[in-house]
Design a protein around this ligand. Structure first.
Ligand code: NAD
Length: 356
């Protein structure tokens, strides 16, 4: 097996650490991609990987993505990610979370964690018993209330602003009334996006592998539901991926029947060339880590405020969420004038910000 630092996903990460704590059964990877702009911030993923090399790949790719996401959101944070390698039964014990918290504390503030797939707010509260380098702690946050807590609603709000910007840019429409959006994944983010769009009179098609989840939301919003396998082929104005990554692969790019792709899933492009393939088809793409930064904006501002013994101002979070469409518009403008696809433009901007 090749060493991980010779793999294409290794991007001169500042540090990669594997922690094993036999007594609790914890095996975790910490990938610190960059601390150029501040402590490496990014969530913890708790996942069962059939092969540990896949866990390393996730940690490397996701931590680089966090460097880019935090830089593009103008946050004073670098990029990092933690992955806990779960067993097949995905058993998560208090002792394991304690050991995980101790490992974060031992990094001395170089890495600040938050929720990601498989990790709940309650898990973060448990980790915070052992270390203060934790964001995303419950504060009953919502875009209309105080900041912090569950990042999902803030992520959804940023995507909503981003979709409206894409519709304005590509379709020349200022209103979402009657604009047809197909939403893949109706969980925390996709469900939030769908509710916000429904308020504006958008026409919605929803899909989720949890059929009942999409059905309940479709009934609530008066939307149409399609099978999870069919949503990619839906003829619509906007395809909004809010489920898994890597859906824009050789087959996925060809199946899109929409002039716009704008959604919150991380790592939507299977490979960089798929961004160029979308552009070649005339499809406007909203780079995922730019449009889905709402949650990290909220949890980071909450964390920084807590470090200073104060509370985060939700108006400040909302002001920053409204910069997401401006940032996207700048990327699309540069893409059009340079002929470089939007994902590559965003990567270049992010790399310049982190001194690469
Ligand atoms: P979630 O688990 O709440 O929702 C995901 C939904 O997608 C679930 O309902 C799941 O059943 C569905 N799904 C999974 N595979 C699917 C498929 N093939 N087709 C259709 N539906 C499918 O997760 P979430 O927090 O809403 O996150 C969604 C995506 O957004 C993830 O890629 C996540 O990494 C990304 N993201 C989330 C946040 C956040 O704040 N929660 C922030 C940035 C990015």
């Amino acid at each position: 097996m090749p060493a991980f630092w010779t793999e294409s996903d290794f991007d001169d990460h500042e540090a990669v650490q594997v922690v094993r704590h036999r007594a609790s059964g914890l095996t975790a990877i910490f990938a610190i991609h960059s601390t150029h702009l501040g402590p490496a911030a990014g969530g913890t993923r708790f996942w069962h990987y059939p092969d540990p090399a896949l866990a390393m790949r996730d940690a490397l790719r996701l931590s680089r993505g966090m460097s880019y996401k935090n830089a593009m959101a103008d946050l004073p944070m670098g990029g990092g990610k933690a992955v806990i390698l779960a067993d097949e039964t995905r058993t998560k014990t208090p002792a394991m979370l304690d050991a995980f918290g101790d490992a974060i504390e031992a990094l001395g503030g170089r890495y600040v964690t938050a929720e990601d797939v498989g990790i709940s707010e309650a898990d973060m509260v448990a980790v915070a018993r052992r270390t203060s380098y934790v964001s995303g702690l419950p504060t009953h946050g919502s875009p209309g209330g105080s900041a912090g807590g569950d990042p999902g609603p803030f992520t959804a709000m940023g995507i909503y602003h981003g979709i409206k910007a894409a519709v304005r840019h590509k379709l020349g429409r200022d209103s979402m009334a009657g604009v047809h959006v197909a939403v893949q994944g109706t969980g925390s983010v996709g469900g939030g996006v769908a509710r916000l769009l429904a308020r504006d009179g958008a026409r919605l098609t929803l899909a989720d592998i949890h059929h009942d989840r999409a059905a309940a939301l479709a009934a609530e919003l008066g939307a149409t539901q399609v099978a999870a396998d069919d949503v990619l082929d839906t003829r619509c104005d906007v395809f909004s991926p809010n489920a898994l990554g890597a859906i824009l692969d050789d087959s996925g790019v060809g199946r899109i029947e929409a002039p716009i792709v704008a959604g919150g899933a991380n790592n939507q492009l299977a490979r960089p060339e798929h961004g160029a393939a979308l552009a070649a088809r005339g499809i406007l793409y909203a780079p995922d880590y730019v449009i889905n930064a709402g949650g990290i904006i909220s949890v980071t501002l909450e964390y920084l405020a807590r470090c200073q013994g104060s509370h985060c101002d939700v108006d400040e979070v909302n002001r920053r969420l409204k910069q997401i469409p401006e940032r996207l518009a700048e990327i699309w403008r540069q893409s059009e004038s340079s002929g470089v696809s939007p994902d590559a433009v965003a990567d270049r901007m992010a790399q310049a910000k982190i001194g690469r």
